[in-house]
Write a protein that binds this ligand. Structure first.
Ligand SMILES: Cc1cc2nc3c(=O)[nH]c(=O)nc-3n(C[C@H](O)[C@H](O)[C@H](O)COP(=O)(O)O)c2cc1C
Ligand code: SF4
Ligand code: SF4
Length: 305
């Protein structure tokens, strides 16, 4: 579904209810998140007065309509919707998928077939956006040589960061740029890890950034897109689960995007669109290891009210 944000208020002509087929069951009105649809005084479906412009073409009303009557301008039943499977999801299968997933960072030396990457892209497109239209852009890197070519640039950037973090003035500016949370993460986690890794990274004896992954997906969005970061992380989670379901392994990687984002040569190598920010990434490949057990983790807190 590719809908451009409308540039002005929608008119009542933007939503129609198929005279003759609409049974006035009211389901479309019940699911509309923005209360755009209502019943008029005569019990027929209508656009709520003064609300047409808050329709963001999410498609919920069309997805629920039993008779295919409601039509939102720009959406088509044939192009933008698909048949649902006859049976619902299998609970056991779902929890097995979640409990057997691991962050995989050790890969076999085997490229990932395009057909599997396409399935992962398909799964990512099923992830919910905070609000439509989708802002998520993907760069699917299926050539391992491109990732290997990128690695030295990433090492270079992190080498510079390590040096900068030793300088109090540079630290002040970094903190101002990235915000307190990220700055703390850099000081307590990233920099100490880099200090232990940099020698091996530079010598080419270890790759703790791209982990020798044969494939990678970069998740990006326009810097001016509203609330895109949350969408991109949810999308990456969908991608990571899809990879696992397909017999691949993968890990979301926060260490890759800042390097891509801040290095012109990498932006060019990965063809990151101008004005876009790479927010997260997912490395992918066939796992080189088999896990024997799951890992129990406690949530920080759970309150029941
Ligand atoms: C938002 C996010 C960012 C991550 N960034 C990195 C990273 O930069 N490098 C890395 O090795 N692993 C990264 N990981 C993987 C986590 O370290 C891993 O998921 C975590 O240790 C839990 O392990 P599990 O996924 O096997 O349960 C990231 C995971 C998430 C969810
Ligand atoms: S869901 Fe369809 S049939 Fe029911 S009221 Fe809306 S348009 Fe009419
Ligand atoms: S497309 Fe979404 S916002 Fe617009 S009328 Fe239908 S349910 Fe409401």
């Amino acid at each position: 579904m590719k809908i451009e944000p409308h540039d002005g208020p929608r008119t009542t002509g933007d939503i129609s209810f198929g005279t003759g087929t609409c049974t006035a069951c009211g389901l479309c009105a019940r699911v509309c998140p923005n209360l755009v649809i209502m019943k008029d005084g005569a019990g027929a479906m209508a656009v709520s007065p003064g609300r047409a412009h808050v329709c963001f073409a999410c498609g919920q009303c069309m997805a629920v309509c039993p008779t295919g009557s409601v039509v939102v301008r720009g959406l088509s039943y044939e192009r933008d919707f698909f048949e649902l499977p006859a049976s619902g999801p299998d609970e056991r299968g779902f929890f097995d998928l979640l409990s057997t997933r691991r962050a995989v960072r050790a890969f076999r030396d085997r490229p990932v077939p395009s057909a599997l990457l396409e399935r992962i892209v398909h799964a990512i497109a099923l992830a919910p956006p905070g609000f439509p239209p989708l802002k998520t852009g993907l760069i699917v890197v299926q050539d391992p040589a491109v990732i290997r070519q990128a690695l030295p640039h990433m090492i270079d950037l992190y080498g510079k960061l390590m040096r900068a973090m030793k300088n109090p003035l540079a630290r002040f500016f970094i903190r101002r740029e990235v915000g307190l949370q990220k700055y703390r993460l850099m000081r307590t986690h990233l920099v100490p890890l880099l200090e232990t890794r940099m020698e091996g990274l530079r010598a080419g004896t270890e790759d703790t950034i791209t982990r020798g992954a044969p494939a990678m997906i970069l998740f990006h969005a326009s810097r001016t897109a509203e609330d895109a970061h949350e969408d991109l992380f949810i999308a990456a989670a969908y991608g990571s689960l899809a990879a696992h379901a397909l017999g691949l392994g993968g890990s979301i990687m926060s260490i890759i995007p800042p390097a891509v984002d801040r290095t012109p040569a990498l932006r060019e190598l990965f063809k990151v669109p101008d004005g876009h920010e790479v927010v997260t990434s997912l490395i992918l490949g066939y796992p080189a290891v088999k896990y024997r057990r799951g890992i129990k983790r406690e949530l920080k807190s759970v309150a029941w009210i």
